[in-house]
Design a protein around this ligand. Structure first.
Ligand SMILES: Cc1ncc(COP(=O)(O)O)c(C=O)c1O
Length: 397
């Protein structure tokens, strides 16, 4: 078969090979990016889906509007308001997960050869998706406070990108949180260089202590001229259920119109049954308790993982304790002559029945092979302690 040349720009991720081994019996996996299925509010979703069918069977089962089911758009607008962002229901479209929002951004904004700045490291599926549309990705360095805005400004000035893609709050894989000062700076840069900033925010609600600073979208109120340059992608995947496939995109009207047109050609609309269920769920008022519960469970697991890493791997690993999200981003230091290549460690770890993801594929440029990502989402505290002890043994092997 002769495939489209655009496929030349992407390759199957190396991580997928690793994932094939995750079915090995007895393995403790810190590799996935899944939320814990045991935390799904099954009762709440059962009630919501039953109400969706009882109250509006037509809306829940018929074809629907490409932009999304109106009651869900209204609920998502109210949800965004609780997070400090004023968004009219017509100012967002519902997408099939935020992943589709990223795809629609690729479709509507990227022509082959266009430059896009991403964080180094960033979400792997974004790298693949933007490359599929022919983007040339440029990597901006991060530290514990998220993307380094001094470096970002230099890169924007040099490359004049089509847009900048950031995961400012508990990034995947970095776990980092962009500081308030840097969020403002990002908006100032968007205005100064007339560039678009995409804020991908599936993890913002998963904070463990104090809430994160307002989103970049919410802060547009403070920076004149910035709102029309910001796109915000949200998702219910990590807080409620990824299987519902409910994401959304907020952006300037002309962008939403083009994205809606492209969505029409690909899936016509996201499942109306999922829309109606999610709308009923948000309307039911159960979300705050669900959020409080998942935050508490993940906070305990994050704390256990941090303590176990320090105990079992000592100064052979360096990391920042994440304040939310699902991930630890760490670096093998090579202390005491220990291994510094996370790809080699991943293979040894599988032999010891523990899995994580090496960090190199998360870099669009200049991969750092000493890095790794560990998710604390799906293993309980006991499993986390056992798994990290095994990781320590793998590093010593
Ligand atoms: C940063 C980021 N963006 C987007 C997504 C896509 O999530 P979904 O399509 O389930 O909303 C993920 C999922 O892992 C993610 O980590």
């Amino acid at each position: 078969m002769q495939f489209a040349t655009r496929l030349d720009n992407v390759e199957t991720s190396a991580i997928r090979e690793l994932f094939k081994l995750l079915g090995t019996p007895g393995i403790i996996s810190f590799a996935g990016g899944f939320p814990d299925g045991a935390l799904f509010d099954v009762e709440g979703l059962k009630e919501a889906s039953a109400r969706a069918l009882d109250e509006e069977p037509g809306g829940a089962l018929q074809y629907g509007a490409t932009e999304g089911y109106e009651p869900l758009r209204a609920q998502l607008s109210a949800f965004m308001k609780t997070k400090g962002a004023e968004v009219d229901p017509a100012g967002l479209i519902v997408t099939t997960g935020s992943q589709q929002a990223l795809d629609l951004l690729g479709k509507t904004l990227i022509s082959p050869g266009d430059k896009v700045i991403v964080e180094g490291p960033t979400f792997l599926a974004t790298i693949q998706c933007f490359r599929l549309y022919g983007a040339q990705l440029i990597s901006a360095p991060i530290d514990a406070d998220g993307v380094r805005t001094d470096e970002l400004e230099k890169l924007i000035a040099e490359h004049r990108p089509k847009f900048v893609y950031l995961i400012p709050t508990f990034g995947n894989p970095s776990g980092a949180m962009l500081s308030l000062e840097r969020r403002r700076k990002v908006l100032e840069l968007a205005v100064k260089y007339d560039t678009v900033v995409v804020e991908d925010d599936p993890y913002g609600e998963l904070y463990f202590g104090a809430p994160p600073p307002p989103s970049i979208l919410a802060l547009t109120q403070e920076v004149p001229g910035s709102r029309e340059r910001v796109v915000h992608c949200g998702s219910l995947s990590k807080v409620l259920s990824p299987g519902l496939r409910i994401g959304w995109m907020i952006g300037p009207p002309e962008l939403l119109a083009k994205a809606t047109m492209c969505k029409q050609f690909s899936d016509a609309h996201t499942s109306t049954f999922a829309h109606a269920t999610a709308a009923q769920y948000l309307w039911s008022g159960r979300m705050p308790a669900t959020l409080a519960h998942v935050r508490e469970v993940y906070a305990g697991r994050a704390q256990a993982m941090g303590a176990a890493l320090r105990r079992e791997l000592g100064d052979a690993i360096s990391f920042e304790q994440p304040g939310g999200g699902l991930f630890f981003w760490a670096r093998l230091t090579g202390a005491h002559g220990k291994l510094q290549d996370a790809n080699v460690l991943a293979r040894r770890a599988i032999e010891k029945l523990v899995a994580f993801v090496p960090g190199a594929p998360f870099f669009a440029e200049k991969p750092d092979v000493a890095t790794l990502r560990l998710s604390f989402a799906t293993a309980n505290v006991e499993k986390i302690e056992e798994g990290i002890a095994r990781l320590g043994q793998a590093l010593d092997a």
